[in-house]
Design a protein. Sequence first.
Length: 313
Amino acid sequence: MVTIDNVIVNVGTFSGDLKTERRDYERAKQGAARIKDELALLEDAIKAETEYDNLHLPHEAMLTGFEVGDVTFEVRSDRRMKRPKYKSAVSEMENYLSGISFLQSRGRTITGVAKEGKSVYISVDKLLEDYGVIVAGVMSPEVKHTISYVAAGLDTPPQEIELTGSHDLNEANAANYVRMNMLKPVLKQFVKDYEAALAKEEEDGITQVNTRAGYKTTTTQSDGVDWGYVVKSIIAVPTHPDELGELNYLADQEMSKAEKERQFPTYRLNYREVRGSTQLFISIGSVYQRIQELKQGKTIEAERTKVQHVDLV
């Protein structure tokens, strides 16, 4: 159990008794969650020893070795393409439009932005360029650190781990890093086995573990937004530059305004004279509306299982 003394206990293996091992289940859940958080913080300290990060990428695989107490670490740093966080890109796209609207309402002048009546318009070329930066930010290369270690005298899961309260890379924390990596799969397996047994024993959706408490297991299915679809519909992404988005078509000088309005009726378009040249502008409100339409246009199914404590009266 994670206690006020910051101690994580090894609960061993689930033997099959839902009632007598209920407290061990709670200890295992708490302990596994705490270990996950602690390991993430210590891994940040270990990775920092390499001096590589997303703004300082290695040109090739690099190995960094060092010792902390009885633990010898080796960290491999590789450059890789990150998994696109399309949801973040969509959020930034929306925030970009909201920011323009806010600054305009305060009388600020923004290059490439103009107000016509109650609507705010932005140059299609400027929006395409700035959205391109947003998308590149969620698809740019990143560093991947792979941590390995050899620990003298630490070869079996501990009976308990006392956390130090700090996350500096010192001897005590290095040893705890190894101990937590050994204990984590033990706790996770206990939770998995206990919840599998709960599902088999349910009656009316609730498994009673003593006279006053039980657990309810619920599985839900939901439809989530296909964020990649939203982004790729708006703009071409660096990994598929030939698959043009709607802004790419709107920026096409060869396509007439009438054709653009026919193909993309959601957008409100206007030509403006800027320093002697005619440029196409688009209403930021219509772009925001289009993003909302795309979010509803295609979904991804997801299934989630939740175990909830229930007080029985």
